[in-house]
Ligand binder design. Structure first.
Ligand SMILES: [Fe+2]
Length: 187
């Protein structure tokens, strides 16, 4: 006799059978042939091209402090990453602009290419200027302010693709009560 299903808020109202073609069996050779990723070429991103792209974005009101950045992508890597396990961006923060309070599962490293300002990371405050490096651990609340007179250029690297492989990328904005998990089942 089957046990009645105990329902809670996350219990679906309907279930469908598993698609049996979603899993199959491989022998030793088949597994070995597909178990290593394809080769990846080294890549270069010139600061000249980055500045030109960001400068154009700076004159376009679709972008604000939170979204005005470029991702340095390796076209040979999955998930738009820079190398398979890391994601790199360069942000352009205008004087007086900020990146709003938020947190996420990936951790971050920052290098200040140009400008001056400060960041808060949980209850810590970090003053920064060109040449400084600092870190933000996984899940810490953080925001970044440009308090100087010139554009802030912030180079960031996150281990986001590592979380993607494990389907564990989540994000919460400072105004929200909930952490959003960004991964879904297929189908
Ligand atoms: Fe962040």
């Amino acid at each position: 006799m089957s046990t009645p299903l105990k329902r809670n808020r996350s219990t679906p109202s309907e279930f469908v059978p598993v698609d049996e073609s979603a899993g199959d069996l491989l022998d030793h050779h088949q597994y070995m042939d597909g178990s290593l990723p394809p080769g990846i070429r080294p890549a270069k991103w010139s600061m000249k091209a980055v500045r030109a792209e960001l400068e154009a974005m700076a004159g376009d009101e679709r972008w604000d402090g939170n979204t005005r950045y470029v991702s340095l992508r390796s076209v040979d890597s999955d998930y738009n990453s820079t190398i398979p396990t890391m994601w790199t961006t360069i942000h352009w923060l205008k004087p007086g602009e900020r990146i709003d309070m938020h947190r996420h599962t990936p951790g971050s490293l920052y290098y200040i290419i140009q400008g001056r300002g400060y960041s808060t990371i949980d209850h810590y405050r970090i003053e920064w200027e060109a040449g400084d490096t600092f870190s933000c651990p996984s899940h810490s609340w953080h925001e970044h302010w440009n308090t100087g007179d010139e554009v802030g250029l912030i180079w960031t690297v996150q281990d986001l693709p590592t979380y993607s492989y494990n389907r564990m990328v989540s994000f919460q904005s400072g105004d929200s009560d909930e952490m959003s998990f960004l991964h879904k089942s297929k189908g």
